[in-house]
Ligand binder design. Structure first.
Ligand code: 5GP
Ligand code: MN
Length: 341
């Protein structure tokens, strides 16, 4: 894929003189959301812009090592007044790694108050909302970090990618591809990786920070969920797991501890689709993964008010855990009947 010249020109025009810029990413920000925001902020700051990054909720603890992560404004923690001011004075609002305002939770109301700023989307999810002044939307890109790396190269040259930008970009490229195992692994992705590695980043260290820095509670919780909570049905091709608030407490749950659990059932040979249900205060978070042609983006849209990518999607359920599981099992039956599973 290539970012269209017309879009680059438009972006260049917007950024010709110093601007007040806000970079937003989604709730429960992951490596791609945080990495793309921080790298994009760093390069824009180096070009004289005034930049703030805002996320609706806190990032998981194992991302704390990422360069400049403490500069992120967190809507749920930081004084709302400060965030309101930053948003109000923005000339440009960049939306990174999400495709619908529902992924901003309460923060979307704050954004709505600024109607004069230009809105720019940089994202790789399917079916993005359309009300942007500029849409840099490429669902075939494996991560938003990859898109940001391409933008930096095309706007400012590969040599303007610093080691700290490279670390942040590498995190998102690594996590959104399941450590370079799935999604669209194009030759150009590996070319960009080589540009990043050339800045001097140490890949094994980054890998250790992201994948080997969990708590003991997380390891025990994982064992418990797989052993006691994984239910396999539909002829061994579909699995679901669930985690209640009580169970989280029992294992000293910290935000991010269940990240990645949903992928594990897909290590079973016959498995086609895996789901994980996690209890939150006002809803149950639904996480979906699939293999090959099975489309969980459509499944999430149809049955769980959500969306995402073909093989990784999510949504929400507003009924009890028991009812959510019943609804999921019935939905699987219907999906199969429609020939989609
Ligand atoms: P995860 O399971 O890692 O939370 O999310 C997987 C994918 O589904 C991500 O690309 C994410 O953007 C998308 N996704 C997760 N939750 C939601 C949701 O509530 N609504 C929508 N539209 N997409 C979601
Ligand atoms: Mn992403």
């Amino acid at each position: 894929m290539q970012i269209a010249n017309s879009k680059l020109e438009e972006l260049k025009n917007m950024l010709q003189t110093p601007q007040n810029i806000v970079i937003l990413s989604h709730t429960n920000p992951d490596g791609d959301a945080v990495g793309s925001s921080l790298a994009w902020a760093e390069v824009l700051k180096s070009k004289g812009h005034n930049v703030e990054c805002i996320v609706p909720s806190r990032f998981p603890y194992y991302l704390e090592f990422m360069p400049y992560i403490d500069s992120l404004l967190i809507y749920k923690n930081d004084s709302e007044g400060r965030i309101n001011n930053v948003v109000r004075s923005a000339d440009i609002i960049f939306c990174l790694d999400f495709h619908t305002m529902s992924r901003l939770d309460g923060l979307s109301d704050v954004i709505d108050e600024n109607q004069h700023a230009k809105r720019v989307l940089i994202d790789h999810h399917l079916d993005p909302m359309e009300d942007f002044d500029l849409m840099i939307s490429y669902p075939e890109a494996s991560s938003t970090c990859y898109l940001v790396a391409l933008l930096i190269e095309r706007l400012y040259g590969a040599e303007s990618i610093t080691k700290t930008m490279a670390e942040n970009l590498f995190v998102g490229m690594m996590t959104d591809t399941g450590n370079f195992a799935f999604s669209t692994l194009t030759p150009d992705l590996f070319r960009v990786v080589s540009v990043l590695v050339n800045t001097g980043i140490h890949v094994p260290t980054i890998h250790n920070h992201v994948y080997n820095s969990f708590t003991e509670g997380r390891a025990r919780l994982f064992g418990y969920v797989i052993n006691k909570k994984m239910k396999i049905f539909h002829n061994g091709t579909v699995a679901h797991m669930s985690l209640t608030g009580e169970e989280m407490k029992r294992f000293w749950f910290q935000q991010g501890d269940s990240e990645g659990f949903v992928n594990y059932p897909l290590t079973i040979k016959k498995m086609k689709l895996s789901a994980m249900f996690t209890e939150h205060n006002d809803f149950i978070r639904v996480s979906l993964r699939s293999r090959g042609d099975i489309d969980v983006n459509i499944f999430a849209q149809r049955y769980f008010h959500g969306g995402g990518h073909k093989n990784a999607a999510g949504g929400k359920s507003f009924v009890s855990m028991q009812e959510t599981i019943k609804h999921f099992e019935a939905s699987i039956k219907e999906y199969a009947k429609d020939g989609l599973l």
